[in-house]
Design a protein around this ligand. Structure first.
Ligand SMILES: C[S@@+](CC[C@H](N)C(=O)[O-])C[C@H]1O[C@@H](n2cnc3c(N)ncnc32)[C@H](O)[C@@H]1O
Length: 283
């Protein structure tokens, strides 16, 4: 049996060359996962012994991290907005950036019915439905395994009676109209994919990260069809990459959307595009 402190120090030396300064914090999270204890309690229990079973789980977790598997996938969840979302390699790991879109929607809401295009883990749709107890919503994704994760998160959050998940290609095949359409589509350019950290490039679904090419194809597809799924005066909120504001704004204006505006994230970078379907357009 090993002391917790020794197991921690050993893992930190293994992980430091791979993740640098984050090694100690990451090892503590993985140790907490392996032992079922809080990181704060572990810091105060460095002389306790690690059981054989916990040692095995911890070592396996460190081995996965040495292969760049994201922490969220190893421990199986990511905390996003107000809830914990189940995460696997089949879905994008929910990002803090995306909370900017939630903040904007909550500021503008409540909305009665919501369509989430490219729902992945369901983190956007489910966070909004939880904020608005009378709202109902639909999550669409082109990935069946991603929808399985979204459905699992829906059950955990007890939102099954107010949500449905359907496989599809953006707005195609949707006959209903919604008050709010949200999307965090894949937007990394094909060229930028090679420069991504291996945690992201090797472990998250490529179709969740990039539409290939210039990174704008998903916005083109959504901009050209979204009016048919929006009610008059309905709102569209899109997450964007920090340098995509002008291009996405132009795409939406070209398609006749009204009041197109950019909103910034906590770092002052363009992160969300707002647009509204005006009374005259797309009727
Ligand atoms: C950037 S991820 C966003 C996931 C989740 N909404 C979030 O914010 O964490 C983009 C999602 O779009 C989905 N997707 C990719 N192409 C699609 C398409 N043609 N139609 C619908 N969804 C698509 C991917 O499977 C992925 O789940």
């Amino acid at each position: 049996m090993r002391r917790i402190g020794d197991a921690l120090d050993g893992a930190v030396s293994q992980l430091s060359p791979v993740v640098g300064d984050a090694a100690r914090a990451e090892c503590l999270i993985l140790l907490a996962y392996a032992t079922g204890r809080q990181t704060s309690s572990l810091r105060l229990s460095l002389d306790d012994e690690l059981s054989a079973a916990d040692t095995e789980t911890f070592d396996a977790a460190i081995t996965k991290r040495l292969k760049f598997q994201p922490i969220s996938q190893i421990i199986g969840y990511r905390d996003f907005w107000k809830h914990r979302f189940y995460v696997t390699p089949d879905v994008l790991d929910p990002r803090p950036d995306t909370e900017t879109l939630i903040e904007k929607a909550v500021e503008l809401g409540p909305f009665e019915n919501v369509l989430d295009l490219g729902t992945g883990s369901g983190c956007i749709l489910l966070s909004l439905l939880d904020e608005w107890p009378r709202a109902i919503g639909t999550g669409v994704d082109a990935s069946a395994p991603a929808l399985d994760i979204a459905r699992k998160n829906t059950q955990t959050l007890s939102l099954t009676d107010r949500s449905e998940f359907i496989i599809g290609d953006w707005c195609n095949g949707i006959s209903q109209q919604y008050d709010l359409v949200v999307s965090n589509p894949p937007y990394i350019t094909q060229d930028a994919m090679d420069a991504l950290d291996p945690d992201v490039r090797n472990w998250e679904p490529r179709m969740a990260l990039t539409p290939e090419g210039d990174g704008l194809d998903a916005y083109r597809a959504i901009a050209s069809t979204v009016q048919k799924v929006l009610k008059t005066n309905g709102v569209l909120l899109l997450e964007i990459g920090f340098d995509q504001g002008p291009s996405v704004t132009q795409l939406l204006i070209d398609q006749g959307m009204s009041d197109v505006q950019l909103f910034q994230d906590i770092n002052g970078k363009d992160r969300v595009v707002y647009a509204r379907k005006s009374e005259q357009k797309g009727q």
